[in-house]
Design a protein around this ligand. Sequence first.
Ligand SMILES: [Zn+2]
Length: 335
Amino acid sequence: MLVIEKYNDSLHNPYWKYQLGPEAYEVKDTPHRVEVIKIALRNDERFHFVTAKTFPERIISQIHPYHDYILKTAQSLKEEEEFYPDLFPGEGAHLLKKVDAPLWGGLWCTDAVTPIKKKTYEVARASVETALTGAELIRNGKEKTVYALCRPSGHHAGPRVFGGYCYFNNAATAAEFLLQKGKVAIVDIDYHHGNGTQEFFDEIKSVFTFSIHGNPEFEYPYFWGYSEEKGKGQAVGTNHNEPLPAGTQLKEYSEAVARILKKIQAFNPSYLIISAGFDTHEADPIGSFKLRTEDYLSIGKQFKSLDIPTLVCQEGGYNTNVLGECAKNFLLGIM
Ligand SMILES: [Zn+2]
C-alpha cells in the first residue's frame, strides 16, 4: 500500500494555552504522532512511502473561506508566537469582511484550542495536499487503496469555520476532487464526530457522510453528531451518525460499522474516504471507547469487503505508544 506523506514541522506544536492554562505542556497533537506511525509502517515491506505533490492554492481556498485569514495571520507571526482568537461573534456575523485581521479570528474559528503559529499554514496546506495526492491516485485508477498520513487533522474544519485542532478539511477537499468523477461516501471513524465534514456535504446528495463517535451528549463537539442529523434539503437521507456510549467495545463498534456498510452498498459510490482516527483505543488519553490494538485489523477488514477505491486520511489518535500499531493494523485489514 502507498503511504502519502509530506511535511510535519515541529514548529506547528501548539500547547492549548486557554484549555490547560498558561503553563500547560500536556500537548496531545504533537509532530511525534506522525513519527510513530511512520516507524510502524516503515518496518513492514508491504508499505511504500511517496511524497505528496503540490496542488494549486485555489483547490483549498475555494472551499475554505478562512484560507486567507490563516495564511496572513501565520505570515504575521514570529517563530514562537501563537495567535488565539478570543472574540466569537457567532452566527449572523458578516463573514466576508476583514478577512485578514488577526483580531477578527473568532469570525472564522469555533474555539480557543486551535491557535495559529508561523508554520501552521504551511503544515495545514501540506496535510491537504497529502490527501489530494491520494485522491488523485485512486481517481486515475493507479491505486485501489491509499493512506494519506495527514497532520493536522481536518474533520472539524467546516465550510464556514475551523476549529478542534483542524485548519483545512483534508477529507472534504479530497471528496470535492473525487466528486468530479463519481459519488463519494465518507466514513469518519475518529472518536469525535466529524462535524466539519458533515457540514460541508449537508446539502449535497452525491456525497454520503457517516460518522461513528462518542455520544455528543458528553463528548466534543457537543453541538453536532446526533442521530437525528440526516442531511438537509435535497440531501436529506445522506448523512448518518452513530453516537455510541462510553465503554464501547469491538462487538458494538463492528455492529455500527456493519449498519454503515449496508447503507454504503445501497448508495453505490464510486469512491470511499475513511477519516481514520485511533482515539477510539482503550488507552487513548482523550477517548472513552475500549477498542484494543488488534481490533483495528478486523474493522479494516469490514471496510475491505466493500471493494471500492478507498482513500484513508489520518485524523486523531493521541496515545503514541499504540498509535503506530493501530494505524498499521487498520491498513493491513483494509488492503
Ligand atoms: Zn478525535
